[in-house]
Ligand binder design. Structure first.
Ligand code: ZN
Length: 154
């Protein structure tokens, strides 16, 4: 999923839990669960990690994704009456952290991070590697619809 989807879901989870630690834990767990849903980025991921012939495209997509997520979270924080900034923050941190750790592993190959990398792709590839992925264009549109709904719950 896009980081904006993970972050928005994390913010909603933060509000629902009402507790920073629970927000972080359930935000973190939610990342793996929603990543099971095919979301169009298998070609990007494989072009970066497997065939390695389309790395520039994957990096550009990730940079755009990260900036859009940052802008969206800042927009939410500045336009909503967020009850608890702590649960809002820790829900988002937990829900985005797995992708940060995967990127750190991509960059460093640190043995300490290998388990989270494998766990992440166990869930991420659960359906798409057995069936197939959906087109990225449709997946992004579907996520915009989901984000539009989720942000009404903040
Ligand atoms: Zn992920």
């Amino acid at each position: 999923m896009t980081l904006t989807t993970h972050a928005t879901l994390g913010a909603v989870i933060g509000k629902a839990t009402g507790n920073p630690l629970l927000a972080f834990i359930f935000g973190f767990l939610s990342h793996f669960l929603v990543d099971i849903i095919p979301h169009g980025d298998t070609g990007l991921s494989d072009g970066f990690r497997v065939t390695k012939n389309k790395r520039k495209r994957a990096i550009a997509y990730s940079m755009i994704d990260a900036c859009v997520a940052l802008f969206f979270v800042l927009m939410l924080a500045n336009t909503r009456d967020i009850n608890s900034m702590r649960t809002f923050t820790w829900g988002i941190v937990g829900s985005v952290l797995p992708d940060l750790l995967v990127a750190l592993y991509d960059l460093t190959s640190a043995p300490l991070l290998k388990w989270i990398y494998q766990l992440h792709f166990y869930f991420h590839d659960m359906i798409v590697k057995r069936k197939r992925d959906v087109p990225l264009y449709y997946a992004v549109l579907a996520q915009i619809v989901l984000i539009s709904y989720l942000q009404t719950k903040l």
